[in-house]
Design a protein around this ligand. Structure first.
Ligand SMILES: C[S@@+](CC[C@H](N)C(=O)[O-])C[C@H]1O[C@@H](n2cnc3c(N)ncnc32)[C@H](O)[C@@H]1O
Length: 262
């Protein structure tokens, strides 16, 4: 009897320790996210401006499986993850009027700047903003806002946070954990275009893509040296890193079928 009670106590103690470690890791990760958010200066105008905007979506979960309906046409849909100030999406969308775009970020201040950027770009060209939406959402939970019915054509990941510490790798937007989520709404043969300044993230990502059932179609360790790689649009971070002489690494990956093991 005494023996059983001792084992029981040991088990409870171990369980408690495991829970404690998990809570500590969680707090640690949240602190990292909060630090990033704090670095971006708060912009009081951003939230009211976004809420008043015709092309800002406040409730993206309501559109899961219904994005085509929202756009009101059957044009292919491409998604930018972590759009920042919107330099990329504003140019990409106006240059590709035959494609629809959705840009996602976690931070109001960034989305507010992206909204202004898009408006300025479209106004200059006297174009109606009808092929782009922006929304605030945590990409880690992206499965709540897209489904296979959305049939997403391409995803852009530009200069996502490299999360250099091993225990944070799973938070990378190109980590296997994320790439598997994207498979659920990326169409068969759909693509992911990824660029980064970070060598370690790039090297690890090559493995992440291959392990998650994507084929690397093309890659470069110096995007500037390969002007034909794709129709490049420089992002805010890309400019900053290039000014520092850092080479930009890029890849194109394609979703392949995963063969079930028998
Ligand atoms: C380093 S910046 C890059 C911005 C832009 N793509 C560029 O190349 O200049 C990363 C952006 O991703 C956003 N971000 C990071 N983690 C995110 C997440 N889990 N969900 C949504 N956005 C996220 C940040 O708010 C930030 O705007």
């Amino acid at each position: 009897m005494l023996y059983v009670t001792t084992i029981n106590n040991k088990f409870l103690e171990l369980n408690f320790k495991l829970k404690y470690v998990r809570i500590c890791n969680y707090i640690d990760e949240r602190k990292e996210v909060e630090k990033i958010i704090m670095r971006i200066r708060f912009k009081a105008w951003a939230r009211p401006e976004l809420e008043a905007s015709q092309f800002y979506i406040d409730n993206p979960e309501d559109y899961k499986g219904r994005w085509k309906k929202l756009f009101g046409n059957n044009k292919p849909i491409q998604v930018e993850l972590g759009c920042g100030k919107g330099n990329f999406i504003s140019k990409k969308a106006i240059q590709n009027r035959d494609t629809n775009f959705i840009a996602i970020d976690l931070v109001d201040a960034m989305l507010g700047l992206a909204k202004r950027n898009i408006e300025e770009t479209y106004n200059k060209e006297k174009q109606e903003i009808d092929n782009v939406y922006i929304t605030r959402y945590d990409i880690e939970r992206i499965f709540n806002i897209f489904s296979n019915e959305d049939d997403i054509d391409r995803i852009y990941i530009n200069f996502c946070n490299p999360w250099p510490r091993g225990k944070h790798h799973k938070k990378r937007l190109t980590h296997i954990r994320q790439l598997m989520k994207y498979r659920d709404f990326l169409k068969d043969g759909g693509e992911i275009y990824f660029k980064t300044d970070d060598d370690a993230l790039f090297i690890d990502s090559l493995t992440y893509f291959e392990k998650s059932g994507y084929k690397i179609l093309d890659k470069t360790n110096d995007l500037e040296e390969q002007p034909d790689f794709w129709d490049n649009i420089m992002t805010e971070h890309e400019k900053m890193f290039m000014d520092q002489g850092i080479k930009i690494k890029a890849l194109k990956a394609q979703k392949m079928e995963i063969m079930e093991e028998k």
